[in-house]
Design a protein around this ligand. Structure first.
Ligand SMILES: Nc1nc2c(ncn2[C@@H]2O[C@H](COP(=O)(O)OP(=O)(O)OP(=O)(O)O)[C@@H](O)[C@H]2O)c(=O)[nH]1
Ligand SMILES: [Mg+2]
Length: 253
């Protein structure tokens, strides 16, 4: 951020479930960026002790915070608790990213630079080219086609809706009534991006290089894809005027 924006409080919200092997490395590489950025881990009582490690990291570094939820309920629910915490604690800029090192911390400065003159910034594996490592061709094709499907069906300028590497100004979350976002996994991200774009906010995409997790378990499942499909159908029938009304109301407030 430029010096003009150093008064803005920024934080990256990172949901975790069984990410003990990745956590310290991730925290270190975010810290190495030397950014005015706090970290909030939101753990769902991971059986592998990720929550305890998050506490240890938080005790050693005042810029790291840890939030604990009693049981696994999907990353969407974890984000809702995370958003509540960061908004209650006065943050102005909210980033989100995965804990499995698939989202490169070297991209964080780009988010903070772009958010200076945008309301939201979306990281994309597919913006002006494809940048994905360690995926089979089948998985890449499935992900690329899903995102094309979402873009065409919902008519949104977003090449990678299902990636949780994004950044928002707090006013954006408040305006879209974040508490009402639905979805447990990727469907949550679809609901979020759709509402932000359709509310007319100034958004942009930035490219990042995606590397599939090397350690920890993959949670990609058939029901994640099904939930996403149902969310696309639901949003296609949602009342777009309502979204515009929400934004207008907020700008008048
Ligand atoms: N708190 C919380 N975090 C979750 C939950 N499910 C996933 N996560 C975290 O959300 C992020 C994304 O989950 P991933 O498992 O990487 O999902 P994915 O990227 O679609 O699939 P893979 O990388 O193949 O596993 C990671 O940081 C996970 O630890 C959950 O139920 N609760
Ligand atoms: Mg992942």
């Amino acid at each position: 951020m430029t010096s003009a924006d150093e008064s803005m409080k920024a934080i990256v919200v990172i949901p975790t479930y069984n990410e003990r092997e990745n956590l310290r490395k991730l925290a270190d590489s975010i810290r190495r960026q030397n950014l005015p950025l706090d970290i909030l881990f939101v753990d769902d009582n991971s059986p592998d002790g990720t929550g305890r490690l998050a506490e240890e990291l938080a005790a050693a570094d005042p810029r790291i915070k840890a939030l604990h939820r009693p049981k696994k309920q999907g990353l969407g629910r974890a984000y809702l608790d995370g958003f509540r915490w960061v908004l209650e604690n006065g943050y102005d800029v909210i980033l989100q990213m995965d804990a499995d090192l698939s989202h490169d911390p070297n991209t964080l400065p780009d988010f903070l630079e772009k958010i200076e003159d945008h309301d939201a910034v979306f990281g994309s594996r597919y913006y002006k080219g494809v940048r994905v490592y360690n995926w089979s061709f089948k998985r890449l094709l499935l992900s690329k086609l899903s995102n094309e499907f979402i873009r065409l069906m919902l008519r949104i300028e977003s090449t990678d809706t299902t990636t949780a590497f994004k950044c928002f100004r707090k006013e954006v979350l408040e305006s879209i009534r974040w508490r009402k976002l639905r979805g447990r996994q990727n469907a949550f991200l679809i609901d979020l991006v759709y509402k932000v774009i359709k509310s007319g906010f100034k958004t942009t995409e930035i490219p990042f290089v995606f590397k599939e997790r090397e350690t920890g378990e993959s949670k990609m499942q058939f029901r994640v894809a099904l939930e996403s499909l149902l969310m696309v159908a639901r949003l296609m029938f949602a009342n777009k005027r309502q979204l515009r009304r929400n934004r207008k109301k907020l700008s008048q407030a």
